[in-house]
Write a protein that binds this ligand. Structure first.
Ligand SMILES: NC(=O)c1ccc[n+]([C@@H]2O[C@H](COP(=O)([O-])OP(=O)(O)OC[C@H]3O[C@@H](n4cnc5c(N)ncnc54)[C@H](OP(=O)(O)O)[C@@H]3O)[C@@H](O)[C@H]2O)c1
Length: 305
C-alpha cells in the first residue's frame, strides 16, 4: 500500500511513522526534516497546494494520514490565514483528491471545536461552537472532509502529549526544573491523550476497515485516553511520576488558580471531555490507560535526559 503521511515530524506524526511503515510504502512529509530523516522523507510546505498536488499525482497514495496541523492556538488568533490554510484548505484539497482517486483519508480534529459549556462528555453528535480561530479552522477542516464525500475517518482528540515536541508535560518539567512555584489552571477539564495511543488508535482504524467494513469507519469519532482531569491535576500527576522516576528531586510548589488569572489570546473550553463510546462500540477501539501512557512518556523523557 502507498501511504502519504503529512506532519511526520510532529508529535503524532513521529508516533505514526513506524506503525504505518509496517503497513506499506510510506512517504513522510513535513516543513522540516529531522537530522536522521528516513528514506522516503519529503520536505514540503504543505500549504503550497501546487506542490502538494504534484506529490499526490506522483505517489498515488491509497491511504493519506493527515497529521499536519497549525497547532499554535494563541498565535492563530492573529495568524488566521495560516491557520485556515493548514487546518481547513489542506484537508479540503486532500479530501478532493481522495474522492477523485478513491483513496482513504485519516484526519484529526480537536476538542476546541466545542464551546465547553456542556455538563457531560461531548458526543460526536453535539453541536460544535468553537470560540477560537484554531477551533474554527479545525471545524472547517472537518466539514471539508464531510462535504467532499470521500472515504475518511476524523479522530477528534484532546490535550495531546509525548516525550517530544511542544506539549504540557515537557513544559511542566521545564518549569519545575527552574525551581519556581507554579500556578496551574484548575477550572479547565479535558482528557490528556498520548500521541502514541492516538497513533495506535489510528492504526486500529485501518484494521477496522477490514473487520468492521469501510462504511462503519466513515465520519467523526472521538478518541482520547481514559481519564478526565483539570490541568492542575494533570500537572500534579506529571510531577509525582517524575519524582518517582528520578527526573525531579521533589514535587514543586503548585497552586490551583482559575483561568481568569491566566488571560490568553485564545479562549479555551472550560469542559472539553470527549465521550469515546462510539469508537469503542462501532470500531471496537477502547480508550487506552492514561496512567500507563503518562508513565511511558516520563520513562522515555528520563531515558533521553
Ligand atoms: N497538540 C494537541 O494538544 C492537540 C489537541 C487536540 C487535537 N490535536 C490535533 O491532533 C493532530 C496532531 O497534533 P500534534 O500535536 O501532533 O501537532 P504538532 O506536533 O504541532 O504537529 C503538526 C506538524 O504539522 C507541521 N506543519 C504545520 N504547518 C505545516 C506546513 N505548512 N507545511 C508542512 N508541515 C506543517 C508542523 O510543523 P511545524 O512544527 O514546523 O509547524 C508539525 O510538524 C492535529 O490535527 C491537531 O490539530 C492536537
Amino acid at each position: 500500500m502507498n501511504i502519504l503521511l503529512t506532519g511526520a515530524a510532529g508529535q503524532l506524526g513521529t508516533e505514526l511513522r513506524p506503525l504505518l511503515s509496517a503497513r506499506g510504502n510510506v512517504t513522510a512529509t513535513d516543513r522540516s526534516q529531522p537530522d536522521s530523516a528516513p528514506k522516503g522523507w519529503f520536505k514540503l510546505d504543505i500549504s503550497d497546494s501546487g506542490k502538494l498536488e504534484n506529490l499526490l499525482s506522483r505517489l498515488q497514495p491509497e491511504l493519506i494520514v493527515n497529521a499536519a496541523a497549525y497547532t499554535a492556538v494563541d498565535l492563530a488568533e492573529t495568524e488566521t490565514e495560516a491557520a485556515f490554510s493548514v487546518n481547513a484548505e489542506l484537508p479540503a484539497q486532500l479530501a478532493a483528491w481522495a474522492k477523485r482517486n478513491d483513496a482513504r483519508l485519516i484526519h484529526y480534529s480537536t476538542d476546541y471545536v466545542f464551546d465547553g459549556t456542556a455538563t457531560r462528555p461531548y458526543l460526536e453528535t453535539d453541536l460544535p461552537n468553537p470560540r477560537s480561530v484554531y477551533g474554527t479552522s479545525k471545524l472547517a477542516g472537518e466539514r471539508a472532509l464531510e462535504d467532499a464525500g470521500c472515504k475518511y475517518t476524523t479522530l477528534r482528540t484532546s490535550w495531546v502529549y509525548s516525550s517530544h515536541g511542544k506539549n504540557f508535560v515537557l513544559s511542566m518539567l521545564n518549569l519545575a526544573r527552574k525551581g519556581l512555584s507554579l500556578k496551574i489552571v484548575d477550572d479547565q477539564h479535558g482528557c490528556p491523550t498520548s500521541a502514541r495511543n492516538l497513533a495506535l488508535a489510528s492504526n486500529a482504524v485501518i484494521d477496522a476497515w477490514q473487520t468492521a467494513g469501510p462504511a462503519k469507519c466513515n465520519g467523526v469519532f472521538h478518541y482520547c485516553d481514559d481519564r478526565s482531569l483539570s490541568w492542575f491535576d494533570f500537572a500534579r500527576m506529571i510531577f509525582n511520576f517524575a519524582v518517582v522516576a528520578g527526573l525531579l528531586d521533589h514535587v514543586p510548589d503548585i497552586t490551583p488558580v482559575p483561568s481568569i488569572e491566566f488571560p490568553q489570546p485564545a479562549e479555551r473550553p472550560k469542559w472539553s471531555v470527549l465521550d469515546t463510546g462510539r469508537i469503542t462500540s462501532v470500531l471496537n477501539i477502547p480508550s487506552a490507560s492514561f496512567e500507563h501512557a503518562l508513565q511511558t512518556v516520563i520513562d522515555e523523557i528520563r531515558a533521553t535526559a
